[in-house]
Write a protein that binds this ligand. Structure first.
Ligand code: PGA
Length: 252
């Protein structure tokens, strides 16, 4: 695991954006794993600024988001599909056919079919997502945020490292962290998330952590103990991980 400690959030955003843009330059047909949340917003803003529509950066790129809430339509203001359009997809030349997020409304697919309940439809969606990643040739570069409880994507503490894309219950701390994104509504209880094994299959991984809030989690990751109590520690098993943290998260 390589560590890059930068001065502040701006430097973290610049470094993340440079890594992403360099990867696009090296392979214009790259398959990316992409996060949502507060942390990558600055990185996406940089990428959009540097790339713009004119540079054709994303013309042949394929993306898979880490997760999506169960029950939210792609046009719901708090869905991750909306987040991605707002922060990246609406501002670059990506082909909509190459954008992939789990379908938060998959549960509805089974409604009219008495043989397959909603839960079965959700499971099918999880399998479909894994298969779509495999059909695209696998993730080549995946960016991650870090939860204060050590989660990566929505893999909460206790998740086995061999977990793949599935439906998860969100912890109270994660729901509280996400509450500001849901002004008139309590955050959904469940999400579809890539599993830890799905993420570890990515050829390269970049994890971003910023701010004092993340200090305890960053310290635990630096400590090196590998335990399912702390999902991000699974990354110690991966040969090509870079962690970019700013000084307030690193505590030094
Ligand atoms: P944040 O979320 O970027 O909003 O802090 C990170 C995460 O929970 O994975």
């Amino acid at each position: 695991m390589k560590w890059e400690i930068v001065d502040d959030y701006e430097a973290l955003s610049i470094s993340g954006a440079h890594r992403l843009l360099a990867a696009l330059d090296a392979n214009p047909r790259i398959v990316l794993g992409l996060p949502t949340g507060k942390t990558p917003e600055g990185m996406y803003a940089r990428v959009v600024r540097e790339c713009g529509v004119s540079r054709h950066c994303f013309e042949e790129v394929t993306t898979f988001n880490l997760d999506e809430y169960v029950g939210l339509a792609p046009d719901h203001p708090s869905s991750y599909a909306t987040y991605m359009r707002k922060h990246l997809f609406d501002h670059v030349d990506i082909d909509p056919a190459n954008i992939n997020l789990p379908d938060g409304l998959a549960a509805r697919i089974g409604e009219e079919d008495p043989r397959h309940g909603n839960e079965e439809a959700l499971l099918r969606e999880c399998r479909r997502y894994e298969q779509a990643i495999a059909r695209a040739g696998g993730l080549q570069l995946t960016f991650l945020g870090l939860g204060t409880n050590g989660h990566i994507a929505f893999n909460e503490p206790g998740t086995p490292f061999d977990a793949r894309t599935r439906v998860v219950e969100l912890t109270e701390s994660t729901k509280a962290a996400n509450a500001p994104y849901f002004r008139d509504q309590t955050p959904p209880d469940r999400a579809i998330t890539m599993g830890i094994a799905t993420i570890l299959d990515s050829r390269e991984i970049v994890l971003l952590a910023s701010g004092e809030k993340k200090r305890a989690a960053v310290e635990r990751l630096r400590g090196g103990e590998v335990t399912t109590d702390f999902p991000a520690s699974a990354l110690h098993h991966h040969p090509r991980v870079t962690v970019i943290v700013d000084r307030s998260a690193a505590g030094d």
